[in-house]
Write a protein that binds this ligand. Structure first.
Ligand SMILES: Nc1ncnc2c1ncn2[C@@H]1O[C@H](COP(=O)(O)OP(=O)(O)OP(=O)(O)O)[C@@H](O)[C@H]1O
Ligand SMILES: [Mg+2]
Length: 389
């Protein structure tokens, strides 16, 4: 008898369904997903041998999930309101005791809050640009912060609220931009030292035990295995580093920052280099910092960590943020481009993410679907035609 197919509920928020408020910024909800991404995920999850049911994240999912009783949720919900909106759906899944992919409420809420993430990174001695959080525009500026500075919303993604004016050169520009961020996004502004230089992002996969902790990654031992090894409980896998190729964009479109314009309006004409050219030593350091950020924020399964390399200080790396729900659009999202660059197609990536989540939560991983040999169809010989005598 064929084994029962496990049911995976694909939980997402579509940009086209986002509720809009009067006066909200033009890029509001740009972090949500498209039909195209959802369809690609549905195809990849089905190809891994699961039954897929798609659900839009929201308050109605509780009765729907109770009826459906899925074996696992593939959760990419970013939701619409609140400081911890990415934590809403995982919290519901935990209440309903449904295992799910990607990080848990605490890590998702933490990563959503960039200043809070930076406090955790700083506590662990991990390099992140010096910063100050502004709840109002007239707060005294920390004298340790030197211009140029970079201003962005404290809790957005997809470059929302990030454009050429994010780089400020004077106190007047700073106050104006901070006031705009607070009013437009109704949240604090994060002001950081502006790091001029290359921009690299690194995807990471795995839930290894303590023996592969970032703290053991300084002793010169090799670390980082294949994606398959990470999926089976081995050391972390680092996807090839991806660099934004700013030289290929028109200077009027970007002053060397990965803005909302580049990520959304110009998304079809993106310019990246993957694998980014990096010597083994700096690459290893970026991987160590990626693992460290992943672990100190309590992230699991898969995430992406964004860096800037300070061109005025020997390309010293600075951690900007961690994305525990990285974009998953094949051929477009940074993580997918990086995985494709090493020959891991979308279906394999998604299957791996499902299996990482299942192993982590004690859900038995179904045996690989065996390609059945084509059944021998018994030859039915034509009835002999009886010739009339
Ligand atoms: N301190 C900084 N110095 C230089 N550039 C910065 C700094 N902070 C942010 N940037 C630029 O702004 C972009 C967006 O910033 P960040 O990665 O924090 O935001 P995001 O919108 O959450 O990104 P994502 O799309 O990865 O979710 C970065 O990719 C980088 O180009
Ligand atoms: Mg980013």
């Amino acid at each position: 008898m064929a084994a029962r197919k496990l049911t995976v509920v694909l939980l997402a928020n579509l940009k086209k369904n986002a509720p809009h408020l009067p006066g909200e910024p033009l890029d509001a909800h740009d972090d949500l997903d498209s039909d195209k991404t959802l369809e690609a995920l549905r195809v990849s999850i089905e190809a891994a041998g699961y039954r897929v049911v798609i659900m839009e994240g929201g308050v109605d999912i509780v009765p729907q999930l109770r009826r459906l009783k899925p074996d696992l949720a593939f959760n990419i919900c970013e939701m619409h309101w609140g400081d911890s909106r990415e934590a809403h759906v995982p919290a519901i899944l935990e209440m309903l005791r449904i295992p799910y992919t990607f990080s848990k409420p605490l890590a998702l809420a933490l990563a959503q809050d960039k200043p809070m993430t930076k406090r955790v990174l700083a506590f662990h001695g991990l390099p992140t640009p010096e910063f100050q959080e502004f709840a109002r525009a007239d707060e005294p500026l920390d004298p340790k912060l030197k211009f140029p500075l970079f201003v962005k919303p404290a809790r957005e993604g997809t470059g929302m609220g990030v454009d050429g004016k994010s780089i400020v050169h004077s106190e007047a520009e700073l106050r104006e931009r901070v006031a705009w961020v607070i009013a437009a996004y109704r949240e604090p502004a994060l002001v950081e030292r502006y790091i001029e230089g290359r921009e690299i992002t690194i995807g990471i996969a795995g839930n290894p035990g303590v023996e592969h902790s970032w703290r053991t990654m300084t002793d010169g031992r090799a670390y980082g295995g294949t994606f398959e090894e990470a999926v089976r409980g081995g050391p972390f896998h680092f996807f090839p580093p991806l660099e934004v190729d700013f030289a290929k964009y028109r200077p009027e479109d970007t002053p060397g920052i990965y803005s909302n314009l580049l990520k959304v309006a110009l998304a079809d004409d993106f310019h990246v280099i993957c694998p980014a050219p990096l010597e083994p030593k700096p690459l290893r350091e970026l991987q160590r910092l990626t693992a460290a950020t992943f672990q100190v924020t309590g992230s699991v399964d898969v995430a992406r960590v964004d860096f800037r390399l300070d061109q005025h200080d020997h390309d010293k790396p600075y951690i900007l943020e961690i994305n525990p729900l990285p974009g998953l659009s094949p051929h477009f999202s940074d993580l997918c481009i990086a995985s494709e660059a090493e020959g891991i197609e979308h279906a394999q990536l998604i299957k791996g993410i499902l299996e990482l989540a299942m192993r982590r939560q004690g859900v038995p991983v179904p045996a690989p679907v065996k390609e059945r040999a084509p059944r021998r169809v018994p030859q039915v010989l034509p009835e002999p035609v009886l010739q009339p005598a």
